[in-house]
Design a protein around this ligand. Structure first.
Ligand SMILES: O=C(O)[C@H](O)COP(=O)(O)O
Ligand SMILES: [Mn+2]
Ligand SMILES: [Mn+2]
Length: 559
């Protein structure tokens, strides 16, 4: 459908007025779980969020934020920011990258597309490089997809393959990197038996090497570039299992933060720098932490760091990572076509929007919210503000992050009278939760609660409406559990800290003086998920949602 054929005008809601200020607050990584010592939200002092839960029962509920409710392959998949914010903003459930790549690999269609044909042109004389996150986390990538791609690429003629690994420990338990590298090494050995020259060429921890996002710290991407493209790194090893084991031991870094390393041959030469005539595939399906590398690999004009050498390669992403920038130009699997998002409708219908977060989550309430599209729909109607995040630190040392600064910006936007929607992401529960530091995560949760209070106070002053929710769980459960829900202990009797997201539902609270007294949650959408929130927010702005949006969660009783 071309945009001119779309009927952008939304119907008026029969009962709800227009012109109210609606604050939409996404608490990143804030799920609902039973109270226990590993539930940092429970342990923290959170009077504001507690009062919403204990307040009007018809205005607080849980919504699904994981698995099929957000377009992931199965209900064993935890939620994440990309799919969560996509669902919140788009109001519909799209088959997400993980699922699309699964199907393209299963059917073999991945090998028939333009993207694969493009990289295949290098197979005769060049090397195929695969760069991405090595784990089964299913948030940015999946090991089984890499395995399948390795097999498929070799069957389709790749003779020399180099894998550049990024160790995880964030979406999976810390320490699991060793096992993933061993599995990959087994696969590569099998390929070598078949005559394919296949090796791991470089590596490093995802948060230290390559996978920065929203341009918070180009140094991260540069460290990756030096290892992957130039074959240079402070650590050199003959094999990758040894590299990961030694670096964990010697530098005491966890999987997320391993320093960059290259694998060298018997003469000390890097086994797989990226050279003219090579093909490169970034095998993560998720966009945010691949966009920066994609720019470095693709853009002729580039001034973010000195690339030293800019090899002439054929580069394809697993997916196209940015629909607006059309980046990268070539990709193996078409991304979900997320269109007619709520933000675009609201801009057409006169709703003025302000969106804000700090750098590490800025794209969540803009890019992901708008269906993986950077930029404004209509600059006259929207203002996006990014508060610079601290860089070069792990957030357990700064658990307050910029939450209060974000709340101040939201407050000022609410009080300014210039906006009808003020949308923010408060990052703390998630970003600090990912460090696995329980004490710091408790501080993170308290700070989030303080920030929510500031926003609610401003809404009170302008007789507005608030919508408080989250994109997925994280801080509410910081320990790995067995099937019965009991914490799992390691061989030393210590609990295994869970740095990842969870499968928990998230809270959804509505209220504020501007909300008509008869507005309450419907009882007939018990399985409602994040995708149902968009229609509700449109209602709160005085509009009916488009017919194909997931149903709204509210009704208006006459009283
Ligand atoms: O990229 C990350 O930080 C994690 O893999 C997932 O966290 P997010 O989905 O909350 O960004
Ligand atoms: Mn998130
Ligand atoms: Mn997260």
């Amino acid at each position: 459908m071309g945009s001119s054929e779309i009927g952008w005008k939304l119907e008026d809601h029969p009962k709800l007025p227009k012109g109210k200020v609606v604050a939409v607050v996404v608490l990143d990584g804030w799920g609902e779980a039973s109270p226990n010592p590993y539930n940092c939200i429970h342990v923290a002092d959170t009077p504001t969020m507690d009062s919403l839960k204990k307040g009007v029962p018809e205005r607080w509920r849980l919504v699904r934020a994981h698995g099929t409710a957000v377009g992931l392959p199965s209900d064993d998949d935890m939620g994440n920011s990309e799919v969560g914010h996509n669902a919140l903003g788009a109001g519909r459930i799209y088959a997400q990258g993980a699922k699309l790549v699964d199907s393209a690999l299963a059917s073999g269609k991945i090998y028939e597309g333009e993207g694969f044909k493009y990289i295949k042109e290098c197979f005769e004389d060049g090397t195929l490089h695969l760069i991405g996150l090595l784990s089964d986390g299913g948030v940015h990538s999946r090991l089984d997809q890499l395995q399948s791609l390795l097999k498929g690429a070799s069957e389709h003629g790749a003779k020399r393959i180099r894998v550049h690994i990024l160790t995880d420990g964030r979406d999976v338990l810390d320490g699991t990197s060793v096992g993933f590298v061993e599995t990959l090494e087994d696969d590569l050995a099998k390929l070598r038996e078949k005559g394919v020259d296949a090796k791991i060429a470089s590596g490093g921890g995802r948060m230290n090497v390559t996978m920065d996002r929203y341009e918070n710290d180009w140094g991260v991407v540069k460290r990756g570039w030096d290892a992957q493209v130039l074959g240079e790194a402070p650590y050199k090893f003959r094999n990758a299992v040894e590299a990961v084991k030694k670096l964990r031991e010697e530098t005491k870094a966890n999987d997320q933060y391993l320093p960059p390393f290259v694998i060298v041959d018997e003469n000390g030469m890097a086994v797989g720098p990226i050279l003219d005539g090579d093909a490169v595939v970034t095998f993560n399906f998720r966009a945010d932490r691949m966009v920066m590398l994609a720019k470095a690999l693709e853009y002729e004009d580039f001034d973010k760091f000195d690339r030293v050498r800019f090899p002439k390669i054929h580069y394809a992403g697993m997916l196209q990572y940015d629909g607006e920038l059309k980046l990268p130009r070539y990709y193996l699997v078409s991304p979900p076509e997320i269109e007619r998002t709520s933000g675009e409708y609201l801009a057409y219908n006169g709703v003025r929007t302000f969106a804000c977060s700090e750098t590490v989550k800025f794209g969540h309430v803009t890019f992901f919210w708008n269906g993986n599209r950077s930029g404004y729909f209509n600059q006259e109607m929207e203002e996006y503000v990014e508060i610079p995040s601290d860089s070069g630190i792990t957030f357990n040392v700064q658990p307050k992050m910029k939450a209060l600064e974000i709340a101040e910006k939201a407050r000022d936007a609410i009080l300014s009278g210039k906006f009808h929607e003020v949308r923010v992401n408060l990052p703390n529960g998630d970003m600090v939760g990912h460090t696995g530091d329980i004490e710091a995560t408790v501080v993170a949760c308290k700070t989030t609660d303080d920030a929510v209070k500031m926003i609610l106070d401003a809404i009170e002053q302008v007789s507005g409406i608030y919508v408080i929710t989250a994109d997925h769980g994280n801080a509410e459960d910081m320990v790995k559990r067995d099937k019965k829900g009991e914490p799992i202990l390691d061989k030393n009797g210590n609990v295994q800290i869970l740095t990842s997201h969870t499968l928990q539902p998230v809270p959804l609270a509505i209220g504020g003086p501007g909300l008509l007294p008869g507005v309450k949650f419907r009882k007939d959408v018990p399985d409602g998920g994040l995708a149902n929130v968009a229609a509700m927010v449109m209602n709160l702005h005085g509009f009916e949602a488009p017919n194909d949006y997931e149903p709204t969660l509210i009704e208006v009783a006459d009283n």
